[in-house]
Design a protein around this ligand. Structure first.
Ligand SMILES: Cc1cc2nc3c(=O)[nH]c(=O)nc-3n(C[C@H](O)[C@H](O)[C@H](O)COP(=O)(O)OP(=O)(O)OC[C@H]3O[C@@H](n4cnc5c(N)ncnc54)[C@H](O)[C@@H]3O)c2cc1C
Ligand SMILES: NC(=O)c1ccc[n+]([C@@H]2O[C@H](COP(=O)([O-])OP(=O)(O)OC[C@H]3O[C@@H](n4cnc5c(N)ncnc54)[C@H](O)[C@@H]3O)[C@@H](O)[C@H]2O)c1
Length: 502
């Protein structure tokens, strides 16, 4: 059963042994309240995030053995594999969102959810500082505070912390990207791309043919030839070929997508045969592909790209654009990079929290990291986050069954991994199930594996249906699955919409 924050009732009732309320009387700032566990007989696990790692963890953790406290500024799980389908409306954004409470309500024990951002992890105090992002004041008319006020800070005490805050888009410090580019990581990003794209097309429609401004507005540049960039370019091209054709037949031939990739090939995680197939499909659908080309600077209406020829010579090009989609990968979030400085064993970390084979953050005995914010020498994918989360719940569920294990672990200051070994915990073993990518024109590529064994490797229309079937299987709820199928059915019958405000 889920509870929307209940621990902060009259703050004077807080147990001072678990922190109580810091009065802050010595300072001009009100110190954040410290929130003690709901049930002090059970250890508290604070879980940061509501993405692949955190929600897969929530689904499998035995919440009768732990107080589970979920903290995330995003109140829903997002099925990211279908996010590239959203800007053009192949799939509706709401179809791939599932509220955290739908998962929490299915749990037997108590689960508390804070719509809040973790601003600081404090391993020395076993607390996490959170800032409420809810814009609903939780103080009712009687003055009883049942949660956090908007923007209020609080400190949550934990016995175990599971960090699954993911990562954020990387701009590599390239000037102008933040201000002018659209990322594709979250729902608002999808809406922003749609708005900009339709807005550009409508503006271009007011200009005469041959006007360079019309050409600029009708150029969509996608930077990054990884799966996010390729799938987004493919979906945009589908929209142009099938739907924009009906709405704006007079300009559809002039819309040009340019896909820019710094490496010699796109989708470099696939084998050569599949990347060649992908490049051919992209070119056939008239996407202009610029490989060996790195974007170096972005201005509001154009960008500067540098193409390195095989002989090493570099040519600089100015590319005007109407819409810029930026998909060049991830970097760690600040709340995570701050931890790098706080724990000596993490001082050398740069891509994520360094974890051992039990997903334990090295240098701690009660912090775990899963998904994109963990550095386990694995790619930052949903399947990795999901498997790590399932593994970690097995570990924590087993820990709860071993008498005195929590106390033993708490008192352990070094060689923590030996304790896990002694109790027969198995290290995490990732099983790679393959990779899939949609290319547009109802064609996809796929490499389906089980670990080192490959079962299928191919590309085309059949692979597109395999891609759809497997992605449906990956969706975490039946409600979402049904809505996605309904969206596919709707576009097959009536095509996509083009409302920039929706
Ligand atoms: C467009 C796109 C398509 C993708 N397609 C695929 C695919 O087809 N297959 C695949 O395997 N992988 C895919 N991925 C990668 C996959 O989405 C990630 O690897 C996966 O989401 C990582 O899971 P995570 O839990 O680590 O992070 P996320 O799923 O990103 O979740 C992070 C969570 O942390 C929350 N959060 C952020 N900051 C804080 C904070 N300070 N405090 C508390 N919570 C915070 C966020 O709101 C979010 O809920 C795709 C990614 C993108 C962007
Ligand atoms: N279908 C799928 O399985 C799928 C879909 C989307 C994302 N993902 C996963 O999510 C993660 C992130 O994917 P992604 O596609 O966002 O990023 P990515 O890191 O996979 O690809 C980014 C690409 O951008 C290129 N790049 C970087 N800087 C550049 C520049 N200045 N100019 C031009 N190109 C530049 C890089 O060479 C790289 O190929 C990956 O692990 C990926 O596997 C998987």
């Amino acid at each position: 059963m889920a509870t929307i924050p209940k621990p902060t009732e009259p703050t004077t009732q807080q147990n001072t042994a678990t922190g109580g309320v810091a009065s802050g009387s010595q300072s001009f700032h009100k110190a954040p309240k410290v929130i003690a566990p709901n049930d002090s007989n059970k250890p508290t696990i604070a879980v940061l995030g509501s993405g692949w790692g955190a929600i897969s963890f929530l689904k499998h953790i035995d919440s009768t053995k732990y107080n589970v406290v979920m903290i995330s500024p995003r109140s829903y799980f997002l099925f990211t594999p279908l996010l590239p389908s959203c800007p053009v409306g192949t799939v509706d954004e709401k179809s791939i969102m599932e509220p955290v409470v739908s998962f929490a309500n299915k749990k037997k024990g108590d689960v508390t959810y804070y719509e809040a951002e973790a601003t600081s992890i404090n391993p020395d105090k076993n607390t996490v500082t959170i800032k409420s992002v809810s814009n609903i004041s939780t103080t009712n008319g009687l003055g009883i505070n049942v949660g956090l006020d908007p923007n209020e800070l609080a400190e949550i005490k934990y016995d175990y912390l599971v960090s699954a805050v993911g990562a954020e888009p990387n701009t590599f410090g390239i000037p102008g990207v933040e201000e002018n580019g659209c990322f594709l990581k979250e729902i608002p990003d999808s809406k922003k791309i749609r708005h900009k794209f339709i807005d550009s097309v409508e503006r271009a429609n007011l200009l005469p043919k041959g006007d360079p401004e019309r050409k600029r507005l009708l150029t969509v540049v996608v930077v990054g030839g990884g799966p996010t960039g390729v799938e987004t370019a493919g979906e945009l091209q589908d929209y142009i070929d099938h739907d924009l054709k009906t709405f704006m037949p007079n300009l559809v031939e002039e819309v040009q997508i340019v896909l820019i990739e710094a490496l010699p090939v796109v989708l470099s995680m696939f084998e050569k045969k599949l990347t060649t197939f992908a490049e051919n499909v992209l070119r056939e659908t008239t996407i202009e592909l610029k490989t060996r080309t790195a974007v170096a600077k972005v201005e509001p209406e154009y960008l500067i790209a540098k193409t390195k020829a095989e002989d090493g010579t570099v040519e600089e090009t100015k590319i005007p654009y109407g819409v810029l989609v930026w998909a060049t990968g991830n970097k760690p979030r600040k709340v995570v990079t701050d931890v790098f400085k706080k724990i000596p064993e993490q001082n050398q970390a740069n891509r994520g929290l360094i974890v051992d084979e039990y997903m334990r953050v090295k240098g701690t005995n009660n912090m775990f990291a899963i998904g994109d914010n963990a550095f386990a020498k694995l790619p930052p994918t949903a399947q990795v986050a999901h498997q790590e989360a399932e593994y970690l719940t097995k570990t924590l569920n087993k820990m709860a069954r071993i008498p005195n294990f929590h106390q033993e672990l708490q008192s352990r200051t070094e060689k923590v991994d030996l304790l896990f070994q002694d109790h027969g915990f198995k290290p995490f073993k990732y099983v790679h199930l393959g990779a899939l990518a949609y290319l547009g024109a109802e064609k996809a590529i796929a490499n389906i594996t089980y670990g080192a064994k490959s079962f299928y490797s191919g590309g085309g229309v059949i692979t597109f249906y395999i891609w759809r079937a497997l992605y449906l299987g990956m969706i975490l709820s039946w409600r979402s699955r049904f809505k996605v199928v309904a969206d596919w059915g709707k576009i097959a019958l009536f095509g996509r919409d083009a409302f920039k405000e929706l």
